[in-house]
Design a protein around this ligand. Structure first.
Ligand code: GLU
Length: 434
């Protein structure tokens, strides 16, 4: 049995989008399960549309998602170079062989080299679906070398998959006819073909194909919307291979349950509500410090200054949030003083005065959660003795500290607002009412 080698072959013509990410996750899980390796190969055969800068953007998006590569343009490896633009002589050599054998021909008038597609059905042995028949006529003769001598996707990919000893190619079913071309090409070249498996098409909630142009969110957009990478990875794994289960799971468990023979026959519907749910579940499972660290990173990007003690205090309180963006908005509402001074009714103002008195009695700049809980308990007792309701106490203090009438549970708020800051917010609220 030969070693499992898979490849992720993005075209650097745009950022990483969902369809490519789904295929990449499937390849990665399969390699992980088999202890195989993952090759990053840059499919830049379209020189006019390929951009070197996008190569690193795609790579960063993929790495953010949790993918790791064993070989590639920046990592090197024994099968390089890993950019197709740097492998042109190899492709020309193979095209020459096909020309010499009469399996390819030059188009009159141009110098383009075409492959002579045999007029017979092609059977694609698909590791997930069994044999898939691509009828003769579905694929006609196709270009191997353009008139400028550069190779097309079909030639470059067939040659590279063989020379890089790629054992398995997992990609979207929209590539089925490409697979038929590449199989026939490899057969003509007497090169060994990888095993192929096709994943179901990714469709939007309305059932139509998700495409780059058709509102499919990119990985970068989903990241910007605050979905933790574990949730998105988990969701893509579920879409590619439902056998990984419905429950929230991380890489190890997903790889253990990933089966090539159980790839989705789809179509796979991209459901944002489902991603939201997974996102919330993964955020709940993150340890509070890690959650705090990620929320801190989002706040930093937004230019919000936050003290580490505040993040520590808020971390456990943010676990119910759906996304990191929601979590950082909750955190920001506590960290920043209210922009406008809230208006409180008389009883609530009394509660704020009492709060300030009690908080002044604790010298620590930041209270821990237990102390903040104790302070609020004392406050409610003192408030009750002065005929204030628990609601007046809670609502008053929350409004004075955050300017909002809902948000994180009060102990987190009280723990995360520094002493002088808390006294200042309380004083401003009281002064505004005078
Ligand atoms: N660059 C192609 C794509 O992103 C690669 C397809 C393949 O896996 O061969 O669709």
């Amino acid at each position: 049995m030969s070693a499992v080698r898979v490849r992720f072959a993005p075209s650097p013509t745009g950022t990483l989008h969902l369809g490519s990410a789904l295929a990449a996750v499937a390849n990665f899980l399969f390699a992980r399960r088999a202890g195989g390796s993952v090759v990053l190969r840059i499919d830049d055969t379209d020189a006019a549309r390929s951009r070197r800068a996008l190569e690193s953007v795609i790579r960063q998006d993929a790495e953010w998602l949790g993918l790791r590569f064993d070989e590639g343009p920046t990592d090197g490896g024994p099968y390089g170079p890993y950019r197709q633009s740097e492998r042109q002589p190899l492709y020309r050599e193979h095209a020459q062989r096909l020309l010499a054998a009469g399996q390819a021909y030059r188009e009159d008038g141009t110098d383009a080299v075409h492959f002579r597609m045999p007029q017979r059905d092609v059977t694609v042995p698909d590791a997930a679906r069994g044999d898939v028949r691509v009828p003769a006529g579905a694929v006609s003769d196709f270009v191997l070398l353009r008139s400028d001598g550069t190779a097309t996707y079909s030639l470059a990919t067939a040659v590279d998959d063989a020379l890089m000893e790629v054992s398995h190619v997992i990609r979207g079913e929209d590539h089925l006819t490409n697979t038929a071309r590449q199989l026939v090409l490899l057969d003509a070249l007497e090169l060994r073909a990888p095993r192929y498996a096709h994943t179901a098409l990714l469709v939007g909630e309305d059932g139509t194909k998700l495409s780059k142009r058709h509102d499919a969110p990119s990985i970068a957009e989903l990241r910007g919307a605050g979905y933790p990478s574990e949730a998105l990875f988990n969701y893509l794994a579920q879409l590619a291979c439902p056998a990984v289960g419905d429950e929230p799971a991380l890489l190890g468990a997903l790889a253990a349950r990933f089966e090539l023979s159980h790839l989705s026959r789809g179509p796979s519907r991209f459901d944002l509500g489902r991603l939201d749910w997974l996102s919330q579940e993964h955020l709940k499972r993150l340890n509070a410090l890690e959650l705090a660290r990620r929320v801190g990173a989002v706040l930093e990007l937004r230019g919000v200054a936050v003290h580490p003690a505040q993040l520590t205090a808020l971390g456990p309180g943010l676990k119910g949030c759906h996304t990191l963006v929601e979590a950082s908005e909750e955190a920001e509402a506590v960290v920043r003083a209210p922009r406008t001074t809230p208006r409180l009714e008389a009883g609530e103002l009394d509660a704020v005065r009492l709060f300030a008195e009690l908080r002044a009695g604790w010298p620590e700049p930041f209270l821990d959660l237990d102390d903040a809980t104790q302070l609020i308990g004392d406050l409610k007792r003192r408030g009750a003795a002065a005929s204030l309701t628990a609601r007046q106490v809670q609502h008053g203090v929350r409004l004075a500290l955050t300017g909002r009438d809902r948000g994180l549970q009060l102990p987190y708020v009280v723990a995360a607002v520094e002493r002088d800051d808390a006294l200042g917010r309380a004083a401003a609220t009281v002064a505004a009412a005078a």
